[in-house]
Design a protein around this ligand. Structure first.
Ligand code: PGA
Length: 248
């Protein structure tokens, strides 16, 4: 296994360390393709990228981005859509070109055609150079939920109760959380040349241990990352509590 584990003292430091990896990739390849994620975990990273862009240290003018997932049924400007999340937490504050950012279309009339077109766009861009991931309490990456298989391409998925409960904090009630989503597949994610996974908080310590230390299996989708040749896991002290002391 090639997983490099980087320990940060808190989520802010994890965000800064992840920003260093992003900066290195962007500086080496100004027209790189970044795979991006939503949720609470990437927020310190996005704040740091915005700050570095504002200071003139990081240029996004050539960067392309593809997001991991989107809720089915939410319009791009819906307050809880992931397109809107990306606009508000990153894109509106950096010098990225709008046409260089893609997020799956949760309103597509033909979801499977949209999924295929999404894959084709990423391929036309030359594939993902750096993919950012968080992890769900059920071990999901993107919205690849626990199951009997690893689904390879971008696809529609039904959200687990655990995921809908976790994400209810952003909605008026759990009933308002969409029941399905579109997500990059495990194959899409594993094809990224480099992966950075950020995990923060004690509530993620046990699922992180299972993903990193137990055998690869689709019940814990993140465990597939053990097979990727270039994963950097950046975790804070709380999330790292149950990990071995050395790299795995
Ligand atoms: P979170 O979500 O960052 O809001 O905890 C992570 C995920 O569900 O992948």
């Amino acid at each position: 296994m090639k997983m490099q584990i980087v320990r940060a003292k808190d989520p802010e430091e994890a965000g800064r360390l992840a920003a260093d990896v992003f900066a290195a990739v962007i500086q080496a390849k100004p027209a790189c393709v970044l795979g991006l994620a939503t949720g609470s975990t990437p927020l310190p990273l996005y704040r740091e990228l915005i700050a570095r862009n504002a200071r003139g240290e990081l240029d996004f003018s050539g960067v392309r981005t593809a997001n991991l997932d989107e809720y089915v049924g939410l319009a791009p400007d819906h307050p809880q859509s992931y397109r809107r999340f990306m606009q508000e937490n990153l894109f509106d504050h950096i010098n990225i070109r709008p046409e260089n950012t893609i997020v799956p279309d949760g309103l597509a009339a033909d979801i499977s055609a949209m999924c295929q077109a999404y894959e084709q766009k990423i391929a036309a861009w030359g594939g993902i150079d750096l993919q950012l991931l968080g992890i769900g309490h059920d071990g999901h990456i993107g919205f690849n939920e626990p199951g009997d298989a690893f689904l390879v391409p971008t696809h529609r998925t039904v959200l687990t109760e655990m995921t809908r409960t976790a994400n209810a904090r952003f909605f008026a009630s759990e009933n308002d959380v969409p029941t399905s989503a579109v997500t990059m597949g495990i194959g899409t994610i594993m094809a990224a040349r480099k992966i950075v996974m950020i995990v923060t908080g004690r509530d993620k310590a046990e699922i992180l241990r299972r993903a990193v230390c137990e055998p690869v299996r689709p019940r814990v989708q993140a465990s597939i990352l053990q097979l990727h040749p270039d994963v950097t896991l950046i975790c804070d002290e709380a999330a790292a509590e149950r990990l071995p002391q050395r790299n795995v």
